[in-house]
Write a protein that binds this ligand. Structure first.
Ligand SMILES: Cc1cc2nc3c(=O)[nH]c(=O)nc-3n(C[C@H](O)[C@H](O)[C@H](O)COP(=O)(O)OP(=O)(O)OC[C@H]3O[C@@H](n4cnc5c(N)ncnc54)[C@H](O)[C@@H]3O)c2cc1C
Ligand code: FES
Length: 268
């Protein structure tokens, strides 16, 4: 659907120190299950008690799960809108526009998933979709600390962690865990510098890769142009792009647009 459907919060789960998941029941059911990697625009129609109206922005959130019409999203505590979404309670209503964008392909027997930060939620749904087809993925998850890695205990298959402070798993970057791997496809979502490393590894090892970009979005439906990447719009042509497409990009890993269209150079 390309307009917000009133959706009731029916469950709050998987709390970490930096956020939690909510399950939403749309009043008007989505016609079919979303593809992993697709996202929804989430709108808070009324600020929770103690919050100002400015929190009523529409923000993109990946689909983290699907259960008979119920939609799961996982929210990290970042700025004003995510804080207000985390203050919502069971029984509150949000507006959900989705599913939007193009997701991951599923034609793979030995998938390797690599996620960082809020890249973990869409990969959880991807891993669960593979598991439902009898395919057990290997997943690499990274974060600043263990507390910042969403869902690591929920992934089917093998999971390896990497943390910047050494509080869990490998002490260092999640991309350093790639060295041991020989998958037939890499699926990745997270901060763009991590995706750039993943792309370089995939090209070096001639492994096909699909990368999910979490760029700034205002409308999510192809109207505002703020999410542009070269000639494409991430909200419509992505957020999942192939390694072939990104290998030719002038803007991937180098510049992006933020609120108001400001251009920001990405540093390493
Ligand atoms: C396709 C996609 C999927 C995403 N999935 C998730 C998810 O599953 N869970 C999650 O917690 N976050 C996800 N995000 C990021 C999320 O949309 C932002 O964190 C959120 O909008 C922050 O809003 P804020 O007001 O709380 O923070 P702000 O103070 O406005 O910003 C905090 C940070 O989030 C970035 N940001 C702000 N607004 C947006 C926006 N509209 N689009 C993208 N980035 C933004 C800012 O550049 C800044 O780095 C996703 C983004 C995209 C594009
Ligand atoms: S977010 Fe508006 S065109 Fe993509």
């Amino acid at each position: 659907m390309r307009y917000p459907i009133p959706s009731k919060i029916v469950e709050i789960t998987s709390a970490t120190a930096v956020g939690h998941s909510i399950w939403l029941a749309p009043k008007e059911p989505w016609p079919s299950a979303p593809t992993p990697g697709q996202f929804a625009m989430v709108w808070l129609p009324r600020p929770p008690d103690g919050y100002k109206p400015e929190v009523c922005n529409t923000v993109p959130m990946s689909i983290a799960g699907w259960d008979n019409g119920k939609v799961r999203i996982t929210i990290k505590n970042l700025g004003p809108t995510s804080k207000a979404l985390l203050a919502c309670q069971c029984g509150d209503w949000l507006g959900l526009t989705g599913p939007l964008g193009h997701g991951f392909s599923l034609d793979c027997q030995h998938p390797l998933l690599m996620g960082g930060g809020v890249g973990a939620p869409p990969l959880l749904y991807l891993a669960q979709t593979f598991a439902a087809q009898g395919i057990k993925p290997i997943t690499l998850l990274g974060g600043t600390t263990e507390n910042e890695i969403f869902h690591h205990d929920e992934f089917p298959g093998t999971v390896e962690l990497a943390t910047d402070d050494g509080s869990a798993g490998h002490h260092g970057r999640v991309t350093e865990l790639l060295a041991e791997s020989s998958p037939d496809r890499l699926y990745s979502c997270g901060p763009e510098p991590m995706l750039v490393n993943g792309l370089q590894w995939a090209l070096r090892h001639q492994v096909a890769a699909e990368l999910c970009l979490e760029r700034y979005m205002a409308c999510g439906i192809g109207l505002c142009g703020i999410c542009s990447l070269d000639q494409d719009l991430v909200c419509q042509d992505g957020p999942v792009f192939s390694s072939e497409r990104l290998a030719d990009s002038r803007e991937f890993g180098t510049l992006l647009r933020e609120a108001g269209g400001r251009v920001r150079q990405l540093s390493d």
